[in-house]
Write a protein that binds this ligand. Structure first.
Ligand code: SF4
Ligand code: SF4
Length: 509
């Protein structure tokens, strides 16, 4: 395995305090079994799954409780044994917000009994392999939760598979710990993906501030003996781990804002996803758990925990010793892109990578916004090469044409401009809201364009009908006139014949 440092520097970004020392001070805690599971039917990007269990039914660990009916979906499994208490709507955290969705609520029985026959063999046929991945519930564990089977079926041939171990956001350390402890499994999962994609090259990208992870991956990569594997050590700058930023830094190719990286031949998969795929293929284990970082000064024992999917957040916090001090905010995700939760009753889903119980001094308190002084700091920090100060003006003026021109949809909501702004302007929040409003505006534009098109077609049809009717009338009139002329001709001929007959008769007399 070749180790190298990419020539290119990251665009924009910030060097932020990591806040990862406490959670990386001990190994990943394993063997945690919760008392309740709340399994959302939709915890991936795509159509929801369909429940296949009933209220009161006993389910075993590894059993499918909701099946994927669409290609862009992924099955949901019971992550411990117990009885189905209810199938009902609950509030569940998703990638950027909380949403209400159907959930299967299971009372765990503490036996953690595994379904017999778990460990189904990895099929030989590539199509069946993708189906096996969908049935195994595997989704992107970096936060995107895109169904992995679909991502491994790109429309454009894959030039490079990028395995993303760039965990640049403060507080989050689940990938770092997984790379340290399960490097061989991650490399194996990466090679399975590489084979499925028939990619000629596979680059594992890790930030330079993770020397133990780099060492473990290099050792595992060398042991695999695979010549297509490379390890790129990346500068520690937030947010280099974003897919577009990473592709550009590793390959020099800029991903057009209208495209996904896969459309130009680059597939990015998180290290946690590679690990989950290894578990599915080698041990037949579907996605039942994920590593979650529990951090912040408001937690008694900050650490990484292998957490069964569906665990209520409150139970996970209890497992880590509970809350300490004056917790100001409970954040799901990192300190930059995460969002505050209203309570700890919601479950850990496949996309939940970090939980921060932050005390007052860890969160921003100064919300006294001042005028933009046009210092340009935000533009320097923006990794997407945007002009946040201009976007701000366009967003506040509700100027959708200008928002398009300044590339609002290219904003990855990284929060760099917020952190750097001396006027404390909540730029990211403004852009997030503007994106919703802009999407609504674009939908309305499309709708009104379609309505106009429909009206135009209706008018054309009407005009065509009128013309057709006129032509038909002309034709009928012509037919009638022709008939009339023929009738007149026939009458005249008959009169002529009658006269001739009469003339002949008088001659004879
Ligand atoms: S950093 Fe803040 S004050 Fe400076 S230009 Fe940007 S929005 Fe204006
Ligand atoms: S939040 Fe958007 S505009 Fe601000 S720095 Fe990040 S990408 Fe740029």
């Amino acid at each position: 395995m070749l180790e190298y440092t990419p020539d290119r520097r990251p665009t924009g970004g910030l060097r932020l305090p990591a806040h990862k020392e406490a959670s990386t001070a001990q190994p990943i805690a394993r063997g945690f079994v919760p008392g309740t599971l709340i399994l959302a039917l939709q915890q991936h990007q795509g159509p929801p799954t369909t429940p296949v269990v009933r209220r009161g039914e006993r389910v075993l660990k590894g059993q499918v409780v909701a099946r994927a009916r669409a290609l862009r979906s992924a099955a949901v499994h019971a992550s411990t044994s117990g009885h189905v208490r209810a199938i009902e709507d609950r509030l569940v955290p998703s990638v950027h917000a909380i949403h209400r969705t159907r959930c299967i609520v299971i009372d765990a029985d503490g036996e953690d009994e595994t379904r017999p026959g778990s460990g189904a063999a990895w099929p030989k046929d590539p199509e069946e392999q993708l189906e096996h991945i969908r049935d195994g519930g595997i989704v992107g564990l970096g936060g995107g939760v895109f169904p992995t089977a679909e991502k491994l079926r790109p429309h454009t041939p894959c030039k490079v598979l990028i395995v993303n171990g760039v965990e640049c956001e403060p507080y989050i350390s689940c990938d770092d710990m997984l790379m340290r402890e399960a490097a061989a499994e991650i490399i194996d999962g990466a090679l399975i993906m590489r084979d499925l994609l028939a990619a000629p090259e596979c680059i594992v990208a890790v930030e330079r501030d993770k020397p133990q992870a780099i060492e473990a991956l290099l050792e595992a990569g060398r042991a695999s003996g695979d010549a297509s594997l490379k390890l790129a050590d990346i500068p520690t700058v937030y947010p280099t781990g974003g897919e577009r930023q990473l592709v550009e830094m590793l390959t020099g190719e800029e991903v057009p804002s209208t495209h996904y990286p896969s459309e130009i031949g680059y597939i990015c998969q998180n290290v946690g996803t590679a690990y989950a795929l290894h578990r599915l293929v080698r041990a037949g284990e579907p996605l039942l758990s994920r590593v979650v970082t529990v951090a912040g000064e408001g937690i008694a024992r900050p650490q990484n925990v292998e957490t069964p999917i569906g665990t209520p957040i409150g139970e996970l916090i209890e497992f880590c010793g509970g809350y300490v001090g004056d917790v100001d905010r409970l954040i799901l995700g990192g300190s930059m892109m995460g969002y505050a939760l209203p309570n700890d009753e919601m479950p850990i889903t496949k996309g939940s990578n970090c939980l921060i119980a932050a005390v007052r001094r860890e969160v921003r308190q100064d919300f006294s916004e001042r005028f933009c002084i046009r210092c340009g700091n935000c533009a320097t920090a923006c990794p997407a090469r945007l002009l946040p100060q201009e976007l701000l003006r366009a967003a506040r003026d509700n100027d959708h044409a200008l928002l398009d021109e300044f590339g609002l949809n290219d904003c990855i909501e990284c929060g760099c401009c917020d952190v750097i702004c001396p006027s404390h302007i909540p730029l990211t929040e403004v852009f997030r809201n503007a994106k919703f409003a802009h999407a609504r505006y674009q939908r309305q534009e499309v709708f009104s364009a379609e309505t106009q098109q429909r009206f135009k077609r209706h008018e054309e049809r009407k005009r065509a009908n009128v013309q057709r009717g006129k032509a038909r009338q002309d034709h009928l009139r012509h037919e009638v006139e022709t008939d009339e002329a023929a009738r007149q001709k026939a009458i005249e001929a008959a009169i002529k014949r009658a006269r001739q007959r009469r003339g002949n008769d008088s001659d004879a007399e």
